[in-house]
Design a binder for this molecule. Structure first.
Ligand code: ZN
Length: 187
């Protein structure tokens, strides 16, 4: 399967956004990873939908939104409105299986690529009921909350398990890996 590189907006120098976006495009990255933090679900606050709309003005990149917020469903519409093309939310921020399935169904009805994710310490089994429905499974390879952390090598097992489950069941989700990815860990 082809590899997609999705540079994170968290690592961007905002004083020179246009140049940075150009560099991403010239470098060949087709996706832009947009990490939203609310200071409640994670201890840090990043940015909301309005900055994304600004980025969309200067970039053709596929907007891959990762919601690290406590009530993601409440914000689906505004992110879709501002140009999100994929939305990934955390299993830890959902109350029940029914709510989670409804959230997935809603995003699909809006033609949005749907991703589910979990923190490094959350059991992989918590997301198994949704693997058939989702388009993307995001493996957090750092504790969510801050950019610039080191990749947790144990997450390689999780990536492998997800790939095995996909093959075994003929599922179609992409496996996304988020945090501490560089030339070395990316391999
Ligand atoms: Zn992310």
């Amino acid at each position: 399967m082809n590899k997609i590189v999705a540079p994170s907006v968290l690592a961007m120098d905002f004083s020179d956004m246009k140049t940075q976006l150009k560099r991403i495009a010239v470098g060949g990255a087709k996706w832009i990873h947009y990490d939203v933090m609310d200071g409640v679900f994670v201890p840090n606050i990043s940015f909301g939908p309005d900055l994304m709309a600004q980025i969309k003005k200067h970039s053709e990149g596929f907007m891959d939104v990762h919601l690290m917020i406590s009530d993601p469903v409440k914000y689906f519409d505004v992110f879709i409105e501002k140009g999100a093309q994929a939305i990934t939310f955390h299993i830890e921020s959902m109350d029940s299986v029914e709510d989670t399935l409804a959230a997935i169904k809603y995003l699909k009805s809006k033609d949005i690529m749907v991703g589910i994710t979990l923190k490094p310490g959350t059991e992989l089994s918590t997301i198994v009921p949704y693997l058939k429905q989702v388009d993307l499974v995001l493996v957090m390879s750092v504790e969510p909350g801050f950019g610039g952390q080191s990749y947790i090598p144990e997450m390689a097992d999780r990536i492998k398990q997800l790939a095995e489950m996909r093959n075994l069941n003929n599922y179609s989700y992409l496996i996304s890996v988020d945090g501490g990815i560089n030339r070395e860990t990316g391999k």
